[in-house]
Design a protein around this ligand. Structure first.
Ligand code: ATP
Ligand code: MG
Length: 413
């Protein structure tokens, strides 16, 4: 993409009311637009990042057998009444609306009821199980406070996977596979080294559920961590549980702020019993299906990446998440030879299927470099009169600041 064509521009200042680092940087660099408190739109650069994150999540969910669906955001009140979750005293985050034709409708804040009813239309016998479905779709939640930029919004993307198993063992096997897939996702997002699978309270079915908590000053949550033993527990578990179960003592745990980037939860037969999701087992008996739910917030993860991987100049995207792989910056473009060479290199790189943002704008070098640092693409290639004369190309690593000179041939290969 030619930067001269990109309709967004960088900004010196973020909006005054924007307190979080992730939103400040993402707005200044032109990734997102703030509509109102807790609501953001994604602009060309931001959408590329979100799509890259979703691709990583999809690949890992498909690898453990997830089947992707796309469920509607509008919700049927009758369905939710069967589990008593239409009730505002039970669920306090609903956005609801009235239908012109009469009656009410809800905006999805989660999808357990919907997927359970869908699966019940197809499930017959034990031969149909286990099965795993997921989707990446907007959720709507009337959150009380929205102050963490794109990490807590009232409309947000969620990847939610639901598992359907015959036995506890079968459920547990998938539960653990999904936990491992989550760690692979967070590693690929570049936040794996700060992300812990933490023990959280489990509800009625299992003693514990698990959250994936990334240590960060901007976090709204608190976890107690032992980095050496690779163990973390959340606040409620610290109060309730016997820590010897985890092989740690209280004074070995350090209190830290963290961001919940994902969680996984055993649902038991709560939803299958409420909605009649049964299967016939090998003995011919009807049994309720054992379920689990597994969430990740792609946008919250994007915000977390920015919180963790940025410096005083701007964002430092990891390779797989970055909106482009290369930022080609041409300086001294009033020189026709420089411009022609950069244009040609841009063509060669894009025909080699490399994602390139080409700064072909008529602007000062200092401005271009500052913008490039703010936008945070991993590799910057500089073409100038000087590089042309030397016959080499200047390559700058955004993360380390290291500069080296490469030949065009080496760069392309
Ligand atoms: P929190 O305790 O932070 O409110 P939650 O327990 O309500 O999160 P879930 O309902 O399990 O979260 O949602 C699954 C994932 O969706 C979370 O782990 C998080 O990554 C993301 N998520 C939840 N709420 C929001 C939100 N308001 N804005 C952005 N992402 C969110
Ligand atoms: Mg919540």
């Amino acid at each position: 993409m030619r930067q001269s064509q990109l309709f967004t521009k960088t900004r010196k200042e973020a909006p005054k009311d924007e307190v979080s680092k992730n939103a400040q940087l993402l707005i200044r660099a032109g990734y997102i637009h703030k509509e109102m408190a807790g609501v953001y739109s994604y602009l060309p650069l931001g959408l590329r990042v979100i799509n890259n994150i979703n691709t990583i999540i999809r690949e890992e969910m498909n690898a453990i057998g997830g089947q992707e669906v796309f469920m509607s955001a509008l919700q049927d009140p009758e369905l939710w009444k069967t589990t008593d979750r239409w009730n505002d005293d039970v669920v306090d985050v609903w956005f609801k609306s009235k239908l012109k034709a009469g009656g009410e409708i809800g905006f999805a804040w989660t999808h357990e009821e919907m997927i359970t009813r869908i699966v019940s239309q197809y499930l017959r016998s034990y031969k149909d199980l286990p099965l795993f479905t997921y989707h990446i779709q907007n959720k709507f939640r009337n959150e009380m406070r929205a102050k963490s930029g794109i990490m807590r919004t009232r409309e947000f993307l969620m990847k939610d996977l639901y598992s359907f198993s015959r036995t506890e063992e079968e459920h547990e096997k998938f539960y653990n596979e999904c936990a491992e897939a989550y760690m692979r996702i967070f590693n690929r997002l570049g936040i794996g080294d700060k992300t812990y699978k933490t023990f959280a309270s489990g509800g009625a079915f299992t003693k514990f559920s698990h959250e994936f908590q990334t240590l960060a000053d901007a976090g709204e949550d608190i976890v107690y961590v032992n980095e050496e033993k690779n163990i973390a527990v959340n606040e409620e578990v610290l109060e309730e549980a016997d820590l010897s179960e985890f092989g740690v003592t209280r004074d070995e745990l350090e209190k830290q702020k963290s961001i919940e980037v994902g969680n996984i939860f055993s649902l038991g037969t709560k939803f299958s019993e409420a909605l009649g999701l049964n299967y016939v087992n090998e003995e011919g008996e009807e049994k309720p299906v054992i379920m689990g739910s597994y969430g990740i917030g792609p946008a919250r993860s994007m915000g977390t990446v920015v919180e963790l991987l940025s410096d005083e100049k701007g964002i430092v995207w990891p390779e797989e998440v970055a909106p482009f792989k290369i930022h080609l910056v041409e300086i001294g473009g009033d020189d026709e030879k420089v411009r022609a060479y950069a244009d040609d290199l841009y063509k060669k790189l894009t025909t080699a299927n490399t994602e390139v943002l080409y700064d072909d704008r008529d602007a000062r070098a200092g401005e271009k470099f500052a913008d490039s640092d703010l936008i945070g693409i991993p590799t910057r290639i500089v073409i100038s009169k000087k590089t042309l004369e030397s016959g080499m190309i200047e390559r700058v690593n955004r993360k380390t600041g290291m500069v080296d000179m490469v030949s065009e041939k080496d760069l392309l290969s």
